[in-house]
Write a protein that binds this ligand. Structure first.
Ligand SMILES: [Mn+2]
Length: 305
């Protein structure tokens, strides 16, 4: 079941938003089934898209217009099934189309459990994939609240797929999760190591194959920067250092798909929504530079006023 979207990412129109020619596609998935603390991720995609209409199309970081590559916004996907496994199958099916056309798929959630859908689609098309996780929580529980599909289990399900992972910003987990990380030697930059993340990140990426899937849980950020998430944790990532890590990721690896999850908007406080929208545009700018190089940008065929 899907409804027409009422706002495109960045408010793009015409050729810049044309799905036939876009280099990247945004798939909004307002999916919330297992959130455990503060709810509201179901409103995340809409809030991000609304905030994105206030983002400047020109990005001084890239001295150009990342949106010039074309960014389509797909109809929001609302899984029809009440069954969690079947709902994830629906998300996986929706993710296949953009990936088959070899464009960057950006899934916007929604709770973190949805990652399994686009990730399985990417794995079936690309095979050997690494998964880079930005998150406050390890999400490595075998089950949580009686279900293996909880947002608190998503990275365990990723390990079940046989995919190598690397995590940045972890600072909240159970002892069993910490032991699993140690036993399986999962590469992690902990929350308390974020100040040195730039010097540790390359070694972290070396553990992964050339193609990666990026899953970005916004609770990775410090809540002073982004409070609008279900389970905020102090001591998280700050803005410019995080943009630099993402730039390094998109340079060192071929990011084939990504998701941005767990934005739970706070009514009357749009700053978090805007942070998430800007983060996404930065990732798209990094992606475009990888596929296009650093040639000077032509002017956009639209007014910026
Ligand atoms: Mn998470």
């Amino acid at each position: 079941m899907s409804a027409p979207t009422d706002v495109n990412f960045l408010g793009l129109e015409g050729a810049l938003a044309d799905d036939a020619t876009a280099a990247a596609s945004i798939l909004p998935v307002p999916f919330e089934r297992t959130t455990s603390y503060r709810k509201g991720t179901v409103h995340g995609p809409r809030a991000l898209l609304q905030a994105s209409t206030q983002v400047e199309l020109f990005d001084p970081h890239f001295d150009g217009y990342p949106c010039a590559m074309g960014i389509s916004t797909l109809a929001p996907l609302v899984p029809a099934s009440d069954d969690m496994a079947a709902a994830l199958d629906e998300i996986e099916a929706a993710a296949r189309g953009p990936l088959e056309r070899r464009r960057l798929l950006v899934t916007v959630g929604g709770e973190h459990s949805l990652t399994l859908g686009p990730l399985r689609a990417a794995q079936s098309l690309f095979g050997d994939l690494g998964v880079v996780q930005f998150d406050a929580h390890a999400d490595l529980r075998q089950t949580y609240d009686g279900t293996p599909f909880s947002h608190a289990c998503i990275m365990r399900r990723v390990l079940d797929l046989g995919l190598p992972t690397a995590a940045v910003g972890l600072r909240s987990l159970s002892r069993a999760e910490a032991e699993l990380i140690r036993r399986r030697r999962l590469p992690v930059i902990w929350g308390h190591q974020l100040a040195d993340a730039a010097s540790r990140f390359d070694a972290l990426l070396e553990a992964l194959p050339p193609r990666v899937y990026l899953t970005f849980d916004v609770d990775y950020f410090d809540p002073s920067l982004l409070p609008a998430t279900g389970t905020p944790e102090p001591g998280g990532g700050s803005w410019h250092p995080t943009l630099a890590l993402l730039e390094r990721l998109f340079t060192a690896k071929e990011v084939v798909a990504m998701d941005l999850v767990e934005l739970a908007p706070i009514p009357g406080q749009p700053a978090s929504d805007f942070v998430a929208a800007r983060l996404l545009y930065h990732c798209l700018g990094c992606y475009r530079r990888r596929i296009r190089g650093t040639a000077a940008d032509p002017d956009l065929p639209v007014s910026e006023d």
